[in-house]
Design a binder for this molecule. Structure first.
Ligand SMILES: [Zn+2]
Length: 347
């Protein structure tokens, strides 16, 4: 029992009663990265509210794939370049559809730190997120529009090249983060949008860390201790982050999310749970969170839905993982970093 809880219980209340109250407080979960697609896809978790409830998931970043129309979803190779305005149009249409679905499901959208607090208390909330800021073409202005529409979590890059920064899966063409990329990070800080570095090259991550005034996340992927993967290596290997860079993200208060890719993390939710603990040993308990990529990984996901996060929690409990540690990994870390980032900063 921590000191605060002890004091809250008061000396006059029998210890047993306090213990029982604590044990009954449910463990809610958060996901820094999941998808849910609409037409022509079976990977649209339905009904969403129910699938989230199955995992006690009360804070989940639904990531709109910002460059979905311009890359081949089998090879992850870019197939075309969006015409001016096209990517913004796609973003606005898709975001509208996502918001409609969220409203139908009677879920709430995170707009301010108080909403994150409500999610921590068990009220399910969706964070509107985008994977790949293709809608930003030559200047940061569309960010303000996106913020107005409810976007609060912005992943700078994905599988297609953009003017923001280099991506892990293609040879670099910029020095890391471009001037525009730096401008976007500053603008996110100013507005109150969480910056997500997933898919960025290590150089782009380091550039972003040097200028961001708020902690950032690497929402999904995994961390390797081995040397960088060769350009010819499998895409998932090139998507891994080096331990040194992951530690830098953590040092700035940020959080790294573990995806549920079977080939990387193992064949059961319990193996995924063990890998989360290993990552927490490397980066510290305050710097690791779920970043499942549910639906994005399709048949290659070890978690079939958010309901499997319960198995992760139960595994930790059986292993005797400390309750406070479980709560940090399960929801506390994403909630903390999101609340920090949502505080708008004056320029
Ligand atoms: Zn991704």
């Amino acid at each position: 029992m921590d000191r605060r809880k002890f004091l809250a219980c008061g000396l006059a209340v029998p210890l047993l009663l306090c213990r029982r109250t604590q044990a009954q407080s449910p463990i809610f979960t958060a996901d820094m990265h999941f998808h849910s697609f609409f037409a022509d896809s079976k990977y649209h978790a339905r009904p969403l509210a129910q699938t989230l409830a199955a995992g006690n998931t009360t804070l989940a970043a639904w990531s709109l794939v910002g460059d979905l129309l311009w890359f081949d979803v089998k090879t992850y190779k870019q197939k075309s370049v969006p015409k001016p305005g096209e990517a913004l149009g796609w973003f606005q249409r898709e975001l509208g559809r996502i918001k409609e679905h969220v409203a139908q499901q009677k879920l709430r959208i995170v707009r301010a730190p108080a909403d994150v607090e409500r999610a921590l208390r068990g009220e399910p909330h969706i964070v509107l997120a985008v994977e790949g800021a293709a809608f930003i073409e030559t200047d940061a202005r569309p960010l303000k529009t996106a913020y107005g529409l409810g976007l609060r979590h912005l992943q700078l890059v994905h599988y297609t090249r953009n003017a923001i920064g280099d991506i892990q899966t293609e040879p670099p063409e910029h020095p890391g983060l471009t001037q525009l990329g730096k401008q976007i990070v500053r603008e996110c800080n100013r507005l109150g949008i969480l910056v997500d570095l997933a898919h960025c090259t290590e150089a782009a991550v380091i550039d972003a860390l040097a200028i961001s005034r708020a902690p950032m996340v690497w929402s999904h992927g995994s961390v390797r201790r081995e040397p960088p993967a060769a350009a010819s290596a499998a895409v998932w290997r090139r998507r891994q982050l080096s331990l040194d860079t992951a530690k830098e993200i953590a040092r700035k208060g940020g959080v790294v999310g573990l995806w549920a890719l079977t080939v990387d993390v193992g064949k059961t939710p319990e193996a995924y749970a063990d890998r989360m603990i290993a990552l927490a040993e490397w980066l510290g308990d305050d710097h690791v969170a779920f970043g499942t990529d549910i639906n994005g990984l399709g048949p290659y996901s070890v978690l079939s839905g958010h309901g499997d996060l319960r198995r992760v929690i139960e595994h930790w409990q059986r292993q005797g993982v400390d309750d406070a540690r479980i709560r940090k990994l399960a929801i506390g870390n994403y909630a903390r970093v999101l609340k920090d980032a949502l505080q708008p900063m004056r320029a």
